[in-house]
Design a protein around this ligand. Sequence first.
Ligand code: HEC
Ligand SMILES: [Cu+2]
Length: 509
Amino acid sequence: MNTPRNILSALVLAFLAVAAALATTTLLRASEGPADAKGPVLLPIEVLNLPIEQAILTAPPHVPPPLNRKYAARVVINLEVREVVGRLADGVEYTFWTYGGSVPGSFIRIREGDVVEFHLNNHPSSKLPHNIDLHAVTGPGGGAASTFTAPGHSSQFTFQALNAGLYVYHCATAPVPMHIGNGMYGLILVEPKDGMPRVDKEYYVMQGEFYTTGRYGEEGMQSFDMAKAIDERPPYIVFNGSVGSLVGDKAITANVGEHVRIYFGVGGPNVTSSFHVIGEIFDKVWPEGGTKWIQENVQTTMVPSGGSSIVEFKVDVPGTFILVDHSLTRTFNKGSLGMLKVAGPDNRVIYSGKEVDAVYIGAQAEAGSDSAKREAELKELFTIELKTNPKLAGLTKEIQAEKGKQVYMGLCFACHQPDGKGLPGAFPPLAASDYMLADRDRAIRTVLKGLSGPVTVNGVTINSVMPPQEAVLTDAQIADVLTYVFNAWGNKGDAFTTDQVKAIRNQIH
Ligand code: HEC
Ligand SMILES: [Cu+2]
């Protein structure tokens, strides 16, 4: 219906389109991007005759279904860049720069010989321009030179997939390590002409590091720390973009007897991976993402930054199998841990589970072992008795306080004074200190790690420095001295235990 109102809005739209086109030209001229858009390529008739397909893209850990095509196609890929706030770890947020909204970006699956019409769409809400370098592309920058795209713009280029293999793609906009470090990487599988061998389950896992300003686990919104990136000191090394992305409910799964294939890549930007699955052996490995499985029966496969590997194995027994970077502090302290949960019947010949748990004593210890066991039993009885008998507990607290007094008079008294009253303006009081008595853990931390900055004790603020004692005192001495100060000069409190001190000493900050 051509009402005047429709004509008017059509005119407005036409005007906006012209304005946008002008703006694009100016923007591209002004930026480092190519101002030399060549216009659509004139494809030869045999390519034009190829069937056209829209690529299916999947978010990790999923892989698009096998292509099952015996012919080349013209494949259209639409990949959207979005900058999104998401979870890096519990309580830790990060602004990820993504291809398709996930880290790693959408998995792309094409076939050798395909002619790909690639569209990179940068969402209008993005703050920055981005591009894409696909390692599967033969040509300058792997596409980067043709895809520099401002927010709210879309770039198009065409390439032919000449080589089969599993390839990394990533952003190549300056500063490149920052764009990759914020999550701009993914995998593109170019299936060989005959396809990949059939398996039961296929999964998509990528490792990458995050250079947050805060330490591992430090809560709140984190931003990219260029200095840490240059020094290659990432607080996070994770699978699929966050700590715990493949854990618990989010674990990948299989059933006993199935063949599992993992398309594994490393986005980096810097750190290589020693990829290993605890309790499994890779029956086949396509090292470096090439097209031949040239190795069998592999425990750990080395995957370079900007590289990939395809691993395949049959799962024979049920249980949870842990995916790790076998550079293990990364797994235990930086997040590179995933899970494969296998369901199905036991096979106790292949893996029996724990059969027996018996006491093992070396031959030499045998003679003394009975008596050592009895001693341990008695000690345990003694501690139970101590805890449950109030009179004994009181006595042990008194002993502790006396021992603690000796520590105090050898060390703390110099500042906090023998009467615990401190010195006005210099050292806060411990006698009747509301600050100290309010928080026992904090008192332990103060002695272990020291204290600085303003503290208000009984209404008086002091801004000074107390030196840490963790290198000077043992856990027992700290428990003793705190038991003393919490029970001297009219203070009242329970005894501190060595375990309480140890727990706080071992806390990661
Ligand atoms: C070299 C001087 C010095 C020594 C030795 C010292 N402290 Fe402190 N302590 C301070 C200062 C100064 C502060 C306040 C720090 C600030 O302003 O941030 C403080 C604060 C404290 C606090 C918290 C504030 C309060 O009054 O409740 C406690 C508890 C404490 N010290 C306990 C101890 C114990 C126990 C020892 C011995 C193991 C000890 N200190 C040894 C100087 C010292
Ligand atoms: Cu980018």
